[in-house]
Design a binder for this molecule. Structure first.
Ligand SMILES: NC(=O)c1ccc[n+]([C@@H]2O[C@H](COP(=O)([O-])OP(=O)(O)OC[C@H]3O[C@@H](n4cnc5c(N)ncnc54)[C@H](OP(=O)(O)O)[C@@H]3O)[C@@H](O)[C@H]2O)c1
Length: 280
């Protein structure tokens, strides 16, 4: 019998749109008990199997775990509302892109451990990637949170906040890039006379089959390429075009995402510093 990881009770989700819902969907699929979860979101839009409210005052007992799942730009709006409900026993897990631990600690001085998690969307089906980082979670907390994110796919603790940002730029945003690549393959199929439906299906199945094969056999991508592309054949002719542009394009794409992450981090740093500066 597998022992399922348990959520601290109560667990609050502050904000629960795409990503918060994906975490809850993944935990529900994993069979994790959600009965002590409370979602606080302004719209109050219900989520199956969890209590949803539209204000902190309705949330009930103070949380032991708080998942911050709103947009980073909302941090200075939400933090003063949430802070009064936090005790030293409340662990904070923030999935906010860019908002660094020091910026979060500046807003939630009296809270317990602060953990940053950078998940990606496939956590909803338990095939996600999550990077975790904390400077003050103890071993037991790291074990418990690690188990909860392992239930959503592949998860790892990083010892360097910069690596968390790097994983966010590649894996956090990655599903959008992969989706665009699948679409580009499908469009090329359509341009060669396939119906939209057939082109979309074969593009998706090709990406899925290739990833699945490599993930299950451990085969290196270079070896996959060699097994498909025979010398002077059709694939090699295609690769001669792709190889000229792809690495550069992906590098530039990830670079732009990383720069935006750095800008969000700078904004999050500026908030409380600007406030305290104005007090002096
Ligand atoms: N999307 C991704 O793939 C991804 C990957 C990694 C990390 N992230 C991070 O995840 C976070 C959420 O992104 P998302 O894509 O899930 O955004 P989203 O779908 O727009 O959801 C944002 C949520 O924040 C809630 N919210 C807005 N104002 C609030 C307030 N004042 N107090 C409490 N909640 C409030 C919204 O409430 P309503 O539902 O009531 O409108 C909504 O549930 C971001 O910080 C992002 O950096 C996202």
């Amino acid at each position: 019998m597998t022992i399922l990881p348990q959520l601290p009770a109560p667990t609050w989700f502050v904000g629960c749109g795409n990503m918060g819902s994906a975490i809850i969907d993944g935990w529900r699929l994993a069979g994790i008990d959600l009965s002590q979860v409370v979602v606080i979101r302004p719209s109050g839009t219900p989520i199956a199997g969890v209590r949803t409210v539209s204000s902190f005052a309705e949330a009930g007992a103070p949380p032991k775990l708080v998942v911050l799942a709103f947009k980073p730009q909302k941090l200075d709006e939400v933090a003063p509302q949430l802070k009064p409900w936090l005790t030293g026993r409340a662990t904070i897990v923030s999935i906010l892109a860019g908002a660094e631990v020091a910026s979060l600690r500046a807003r939630f001085a009296g809270a317990g451990a602060i953990v940053r998690a950078m998940p990606n969307l496939p956590i909803a089906i338990r095939r996600g990637v999550t990077a975790l980082y904390s400077t003050d979670a103890n071993d037991a907390q790291k074990q418990q949170l690690g188990d909860l994110f392992v239930a959503l796919g592949w998860a790892m603790w990083t010892v360097d906040e910069g690596k968390l940002a790097a994983i966010g730029a590649v894996a956090g945003a990655g599903p959008a890039y992969v989706a665009r690549f699948v679409d580009a393959l499908a469009k090329a199929g359509e341009a060669r006379g396939l119906s939209r439906e057939t082109a979309a299906t074969i593009a998706l199945e090709t990406v899925l089959g290739t990833s699945w094969m490599a993930a299950t056999t451990g085969e290196a991508m270079d070896s996959v390429v060699k097994r498909v592309a025979s010398p002077n054949g059709t694939t090699e002719a295609g690769l001669a075009v792709l190889d000229r542009k792809l690495d550069e394009l992906v590098g530039e794409t990830i670079g732009a995402a990383a720069r935006r992450g750095a800008a969000l981090a700078a904004d999050a740093k500026a908030g409380p510093l600007a406030e305290s500066a104005s007090l002096h």
